[in-house]
Write a protein that binds this ligand. Sequence first.
Ligand code: ZN
Length: 212
Amino acid sequence: MTPETAALRLLVLSLLETADDGALPPIVQLGHPALRRPAVEFDGQLDDAELAAFLTLMRRVMHEAPGVGLAAPQLGVPLRLAVLEDVFPVDEAVAEVRERAPLPYFAAINPRWRALCEQTASFYEGCLSFDGYQGVVERYRRVALDWTGDDGAARSDEFTGWQARIVQHECDHLDGTVYVDRVVTRSLASTAEYQGRWARPDITEARAGLGF
Ligand code: ZN
């Protein structure tokens, strides 16, 4: 085991210990270097039980936040692991315009995505690591994802609309990219301003009101 692997494993074990004591580890915020470094491929740095426990912890943190995805760097852990799940009830108009269909939980180990067409969609999104803001990001509408499941099996699937957005957002985290790197800067809104003024199914009013 290299010193880097040993340090990584100890970091994960310390987070698991924190959780055993009843406190969930904090989601690190913009400015933490783990959010800015490409994460390393998972290749057995944790044993099966440790990996399973860590993914379960990531899912708990995601639920608690609450959010629809969490990548390991958001807990300060530079490994290519993410959990995704979007089963929140959403307004019918929002679901339709944003193509937001429920995404059942899955854990993605070493995920890789590619665009399936040139078509993009622009909507407000937020990030648990940049608390208190929302901004418009243009993302591919349809993507294919290859990953290793938490059972060790190779998987691939295609995702459309909001699901494709979540996939791209979480994979970005594994490359040290945060949505503010891609955001339409004039669209940035505090969550309170967003909720009060621009929380519509699409971004037409925000575009007119904020001039982007
Ligand atoms: Zn994020």
